[in-house]
Design a protein around this ligand. Sequence first.
Ligand code: FE2
Ligand code: FE2
Length: 184
Amino acid sequence: MKPTAELSHEHQAILKMIRVLGTMAGRLESGKAVDPGDLEGAVEFIRVFADRCHHAKEEGLLFPEMEKAGVPRDRGPIGVMLAEHGEGRRNVAAMAGAIPGIRKGDGRAAGVFAAAAKGYGELLTQHIFKEDHILYPMADARLSPAQQDSLEAAFADVERTVVGEGRHEEFHRLLERLERSYPD
Ligand SMILES: [Fe+2]
Ligand SMILES: [Fe+2]
C-alpha cells in the first residue's frame, strides 16, 4: 500500500475512536456514569495507535522525507501539523489525568475529561482533513518512487517494533467493542 494510503486508512480508525470519545464526553457531561475501564481503553488506543504509531510514522518518517523533497518544515504545512500533534498530546494527557478522579466519583474530573475529549476530537478531525486533502497529496506528488518504497518498509518496522505483532488486531477489537457500547 502507498504510504499515504496506509496513513489515510489509519485516520479512519482514529476518527471512529473520536466518535466514541464524543459519546463518552456527552454522557459524562450529562452526569451519567461511564465505565472508567472504557475511558482508559479509549485513551490507550489514542496513545498507542494514534500517537506512538501513526504520529510516529508521520513525524519520524514521512515529514523528514517530505523535507528532503523540498517541503519546508517551518512556516509551512509540516510545522502546522507538528504543532497540532503537540496540542493533541496535551489533550490526551488531560484525559488520562482525569481518570483517577472519575474513578472516585469526582464530577469536576468528569468535566475535565469531557472538555479534553471534545477538544481532541475537534482538533484531530480538522487535522486529519488537512492531511488527507492537502499534505498527503503533496507527498504523493513530491516523493520519488524510491522514497515511497523505503517509507513503506519503514512503516512496517514501526508496526512490528512500536505496536507489536497481534497488538494492532487487539486495538481494532477494542475499537469495535467501544463502538458498540457507545453509539452516536
Ligand atoms: Fe498528523
Ligand atoms: Fe495523520
